[in-house]
Ligand binder design. Structure first.
Ligand code: G3P
Ligand code: CA
Length: 306
């Protein structure tokens, strides 16, 4: 028999697939080269759960601080996020829009009236976030409306908020405005694609995120009356978690979410008894303005075996 690497006749009859002795080092070199150049299937990568998926799929109920610890600090600001971390919230939710020059800025409303001093500073009402550049937005006070203790608090950029929250918890990013590609690119640049959870009321945005990133952890949001079709459609987006307004989801519908292989969260519950009822019905996450209270409710409430 001849060697595969040269045309030399191999003496070791019976082992025709082996190279001849002079070819062995080349053969080994090519083996190593081949292994290191093999394309790694995304399925293999996806097999190891990402940190965000591990958290979302962990047993027990997750307590999620809504707009930070917003019952004791101005919502969607760095002090509210610091207080959510201090309360040991499992995740910290925030909302973002884009400034006129394309910087993602953290705040809930599309205009600046309710949570900043824009009216006073600009002499106009209903100025939209998207109408001011980031440098102008940085001049606004986002703490005074809450109380004087928070005077001087600024609107955080999304990157500033992510840096603060990821230091001690996991961010639940709610996209209010902006396209999926921009968010995915920002998360890739920050090396956070697999460390955070992203949610939106706009399910097309969720689907687009899923297309762009198979490993991102995603949630659909809904405030409509929940029904079978709606829940199935939410699951079909590719989201990991189905998040519903607590007044629009019946407790028996949690089971359907689980049957579809998804986790079920509700927003926004501050009433302990109401949270306890959902926990007893098997809910997987509670979004709340009072994370410390809800952590106590969680400890005191028996959850059914999943
Ligand atoms: O996290 C869910 C909840 O934040 C959605 O409602 O209006 O508070 O952004 P909203
Ligand atoms: Ca929100």
């Amino acid at each position: 028999m001849s060697c595969g690497g040269c045309i030399r006749r191999e003496f070791e009859i019976g082992r025709p697939s082996l190279p001849c002795r002079p070819c062995i080092p080349w053969f080994l070199f090519l083996c190593v080269l081949g292994v290191t150049q093999l394309p790694i299937s995304p399925d293999i990568l996806a097999a190891e759960p990402t940190p965000a998926r591990k958290l979302v799929n962990s047993p027990g109920v997750l307590i999620i601080a809504h707009r930070g610890n917003s019952s004791i600090a101005p919502e969607n600001t760095l002090p509210a996020f610091a207080k959510a971390l201090a309360a040991k919230a499992d995740l910290v939710e925030l909302d973002y829009h884009h400034s006129a020059d394309g910087v993602p800025i953290v705040l809930h409303d599309d205009n600046l009236d309710r949570t900043t001093n824009a009216q006073e500073l600009l002499g106009k009402t209903k100025v939209l976030v998207v109408d001011l550049p980031a440098a102008e937005l940085a001049r606004l006070d986002a703490g005074l409306w809450f109380n004087d203790d928070f005077k001087g608090t600024k609107l955080p950029t999304l990157v500033e908020a992510l840096t603060a929250i990821q230091a001690g918890s996991t961010t639940l990013i709610e996209r209010k405005a902006g396209d999926a590609a921009t968010l995915v690119k920002l998360l890739e640049q920050e090396k956070l694609t697999e460390q955070v959870v992203v949610q939106a009321f706009d399910w097309e945005f969720v689907k687009e995120c899923r297309k762009l990133s198979p490993t991102m952890t995603l949630c659909t949001l809904s405030g409509k009356a929940a029904n079978h079709e709606q829940i199935e459609a939410a699951a079909a987006t590719g989201a990991d978690v189905i998040v519903w307004n607590h007044e629009k989801l019946r407790r028996d519908q949690v089971e359907l979410v689980h049957k579809l292989g998804k986790k079920a969260w509700v927003y926004t519950i501050d009433d302990p008894q109401h949270a306890a009822d959902f926990i007893a019905a098997g809910i997987d996450g509670v979004i709340t303005n009072k994370p410390a209270t809800m952590i106590r409710v969680r400890s005191a409430t028996k959850r059914p075996a999943q």
